[in-house]
Design a protein around this ligand. Structure first.
Ligand code: CP3
Length: 356
């Protein structure tokens, strides 16, 4: 590895988020914690993931496992986007193999009465404690990423009551009772903002807002019903001086709007080539992505060729964080991800203009 003199001494991940030259192309994987690692399954225990998240020592250890195994450049907190809505008593759980489920979905104005503000120290002290442990234990060059769900994605679970394919109830509420929908979105925005601010205060050094299912919306609907609520979260973090990442799946047509909401980094899924995506968000933001997670199931030569294509499309421009286009699939062989990290570190040119 050749470290160009222009490269920042900052953690490569943070330098890339700020579009500064870095000593290497930073890489981490969405869903790197949990899922495919055998050491995760050994310690995870039975029951809902929400129970595991409530044990700070365990949650911190699960967060650290992929850092040790893969040598990634960032850690992602072991938690979930539904933790705040679970913690304020909305009857949300995560059913193994299914995803978030809600006892009584939110479908009308009267249901909004059940939502209250999040008091992080009282409602999610375990998240705060996990972050504090990690801030102590992670090496300085591997920052912890805190995260929250964006209002639309969390609302979709609260309204549907379970994972959905077409978001029929969500769109029905959005179009038939737009004022109720806006109030719900505004309330979730405050929950996510409170959660993110608390994670940063406890030691998270970057944040990612997951709007995983925003790609279900046409751009006009995103602009009318969603954008202001996600923008409220990004604006509410502006004083904290941490990079803010905005990610969703099938967002090809929404990419400029994800940037407009106030992100420093836009996460790109695998359906749009990363150079095309970067042109859509503009040069003023960094990009994160975007290898197809299924490519990590193929023989490593295929994984490697597709990873090299991502690197070639970026062409060494500062401001790229290598990641998958969505989360690690459970059946992924960890050895392939180890080799992928090595490849990105060995072959990426992190805005130095120097091939290593
Ligand atoms: O490694 C990491 O990314 C850190 C932890 C993390 C989890 N969930 C743990 C988890 C993160 C960042 C999330 C975010 C999340 N949760 C999102 C956004 C990211 C994305 O993938 O789009 C969403 C949509 C959720 C909601 C959710 N939670 C789903 C859809 C599922 C999957 C259900 C299943 O089992 O297939 C979960 C459960 C969940 N959250 C698991 C993990 C590791 C798997 C189940 C388990 O280990 O118990």
């Amino acid at each position: 590895m050749v470290a160009a003199s222009a490269a920042s001494t900052e953690a490569p991940f943070l330098a890339a988020c700020r579009r500064q030259p870095a000593t290497r192309v930073p890489v981490w994987f969405m869903r790197q914690a949990g899922r495919s690692l055998p050491e995760y399954h050994r310690i995870r225990g039975e029951g809902s993931i929400l129970q595991a998240i409530k044990q700070p020592e365990l949650a911190a250890e699960i967060t650290l496992q992929p850092v040790r195994r893969y040598g990634v450049d960032a850690a992602i907190l072991y938690s979930d986007i539904v933790v705040p809505v679970h913690a304020i008593g909305l009857g949300v759980d995560i059913a193994p193999g299914v995803g978030p489920v809600v006892d009584e979905p939110i479908r009308r104005a009267a249901d909004l009465e059940r939502i209250r503000a999040l008091e992080p120290d009282e409602d999610v002290p375990y998240v705060q404690e996990t972050v504090r442990i990690l801030a102590r234990e992670l090496p300085p060059e591997v920052p912890l990423i805190g995260f929250a769900g964006a209002p639309f994605t969390v609302a979709s679970y609260l309204i549907e009551g379970r994972p959905s394919r077409d978001y029929a109830h969500t769109k029905a509420l959005m179009w038939s009772e737009p004022a109720t929908f806006h109030r719900l979105m505004a309330a979730i925005a405050e929950l996510s903002l409170a959660s993110l601010r608390a994670q940063v205060e406890a030691g998270a050094r970057a944040v990612q807002l997951f709007d995983s299912w925003a790609g279900a919306l046409a751009p006009d609907d995103y602009r009318e019903h969603v954008l202001a609520h996600s923008a409220r979260i990004f604006a509410g973090l502006a004083d904290l001086d941490v990079p803010r990442i905005h990610f969703g799946v099938t967002t090809g047509e929404l990419l400029p709007l994800l940037a407009e909401a106030g992100a420093d980094v836009v996460g790109v899924d695998f359906r749009v080539p990363i150079d095309v995506a970067w042109a859509r968000v503009g040069p003023g933001v960094a990009v994160q992505g975007n290898l197809d997670p299924v490519a990590c199931l193929a023989p490593f030569e295929v994984t490697a060729a597709k990873a090299r294509d991502v690197l070639a499309r970026v062409g060494g421009r500062p401001g790229h964080i290598f990641n998958l286009g969505h989360g690690v699939l459970p059946q992924t062989d960890p050895a392939n991800l180890e080799r992928l990290v090595e490849l990105v570190h060995a072959e990426g040119r992190a805005g130095t203009g120097v091939a290593s």
